[in-house]
Design a binder for this molecule. Structure first.
Ligand code: PEP
Length: 246
């Protein structure tokens, strides 16, 4: 079966003001000029979604509540994200798991809420440095994955992002052999879960991806794109990663 079309997704986290609209316009111009060989997504802070949606680049959410509406001050629902034109929502990012105590059960319910709206859930998994040092990487990723994919998920509304926590924002990256081993393990789990459809699920690598290392990381078997934090904030830097797929 052919590899799925790659997805290069930018996670702006809690960064971006109205002035950042110019970066999306610039990115759109770069991509239009030189057609990209991958799908492109930007997940800006919720404050910018409405203004960035409709500018050409796909826009997604960084998180959502599991309920559609109600008394949850400060939260945003998958229904609201869909209403603004989002097609994807990241769930279970390690910063949500660490800062907000999100467990696999919470991540699974959020992913289910996303998928119920006809959107695609980007479910993040990844080990901490301590877990890696204890040789627990594959066990951690396996239990996060099995615990975070909803019962009703399909191969078409699920994307997995493998993001070693110790590689996020640190400039450190795993070896290509290590990435291949984890992505191969994830692919095998997806095949068990979705049968042949498991081959279609995109598995993104995330953690200090930049233009200078994207070529090597994106050529690893079962790496079908990237989830990019810091290097997605500037159109030129992000485009340097997108160009890996041209
Ligand atoms: C992320 O937080 O999803 C991420 C991959 O960040 P960075 O690219 O900055 O390491």
């Amino acid at each position: 079966m052919a590899d799925p079309k790659a997805l290069v997704a930018g996670n702006w986290k809690m960064n971006g003001l109205m002035a950042s609209v110019a970066e999306i316009e610039k990115l759109n111009a770069l991509v239009t000029e030189d057609a990209a060989g991958c799908d492109i997504l930007i997940c800006p802070p919720a404050t910018l979604i409405a203004i960035l949606a409709g500018k050409g680049i796909d826009i997604g959410g960084q998180d959502c509540h599991w309920d559609a509406s109600g008394a949850h001050t400060g939260d945003i629902s998958a229904v609201m994200l869909k209403d603004l034109g989002c097609r994807y929502v990241i769930v279970g990012h390690s910063e949500r798991r660490a800062d907000h105590g999100e467990t696999n059960d919470i991540v699974r319910v959020k992913a289910g809420a996303v998928q119920q709206q006809g959107l695609t859930a980007i479910i993040c998994v990844g080990e901490t440095d301590g877990e890696r040092e204890k040789g627990e990487t594959l066990d951690v990723v396996t239990s996060q994955l099995t615990g975070s994919i909803p019962e009703a998920a399909t191969a078409d509304n699920t994307v997995i992002a493998y993001e070693p926590v110790w590689a996020i924002g640190t400039g450190k990256v795993p070896t290509t052999d290590d990435v291949a081993e984890v992505h191969g393990t994830i692919r095998a789990l997806l095949r068990d879960r979705f049968g042949d459809g498991g081959e279609r699920v995109r598995i993104l690598y995330g953690g200090s991806v930049k233009a200078s290392n994207a070529g090597e990381l994106m050529s690893v078997p079962n790496v079908n794109g990237a989830l990019v934090g810091g290097a997605s904030l500037k159109a030129d830097d992000f485009y340097g990663i997108i160009k890996t797929y041209q």
